[in-house]
Design a protein around this ligand. Structure first.
Ligand SMILES: [Zn+2]
Length: 220
């Protein structure tokens, strides 16, 4: 989109960086940043930034969930198997929306829906089946064991990270932006847990401007 980068979409001013190559990674956790590759989740207003398998590759390299060499290998594999790439893209979007609903419910203190947990668990089990210890004589950490052409590999680190967050001590710091319907998620690591917006200069300012205008209308 050519223009100011802050066009109005779906009743909400679009965020700067309207593509995965420039989208701010403000979630404080890769599973939340992945959920944030869509926003403004309202009927007819949802803003989608993952349109092609290539977008998954670009996001994964930026987020650090795949190395440049891995991304190059998967890009080549996707060219050989465009049908497979399209299938993984569809699975990624379904997985991402399940993640969004799980963390949105968590932030609101509500129960997660069973189908969403099933979707996360399916990717998680896939990921764990490809986990192994990396060794050079001594154990040096975790690694992935898989065919270099396995395109679903892009989802595995996100699923593991999501599981870690959901079962860890920071789960009660997961929040959803207070500027409805932004729908971005973030980890509130502020000392007094007072963070309300995905980005103060973005959603926070918009809410303040709206509140100021409302006060003016009331004559306050
Ligand atoms: Zn926001």
């Amino acid at each position: 989109m050519v223009g100011t980068g802050r066009e109005t979409l779906g009743g909400m001013t679009e965020k700067p960086g309207n593509d995965v190559a420039h989208l701010p990674l403000i979630g404080g956790h890769i599973s939340l940043d992945f959920a944030n590759t869509a926003s403004s989740r309202t009927p007819g207003g949802k803003v989608e930034r993952v349109h092609r398998f290539e977008d998954l590759l670009v996001w994964s390299e930026r987020a650090g969930t795949a190395t440049p060499a891995e991304v190059a290998a998967l890009r080549a594999a996707a060219r050989v198997d465009p049908t497979g790439a399209h299938r993984v893209l569809a699975r990624a979007l379904k997985f991402r929306e399940a993640l969004y609903r799980i963390f949105s419910a968590t932030a609101a203190g509500q129960e997660c829906q069973r189908p969403d947990l099933d979707t996360l668990n399916a990717v998680l089990q896939d990921a764990l089946a490809h986990r192994a210890l990396a060794t050079t004589g001594v154990v040096t950490g975790w690694t992935w064991v898989h065919e270099r052409s396995d395109l679903t590999r892009l989802l595995w680190p996100i699923a593991l990270a999501a599981a870690d967050l959901l079962t860890g001590s920071e789960v009660d710091r997961v929040k959803e932006c207070g500027n409805s319907p932004c729908s971005w998620l973030f980890l509130d690591r502020s000392r007094n847990r007072s963070r309300r917006w995905c980005e103060m200069r973005d959603c926070g300012n918009r809410v303040k401007v709206r509140a100021f205008a409302a006060r003016r209308r009331r004559g306050a």
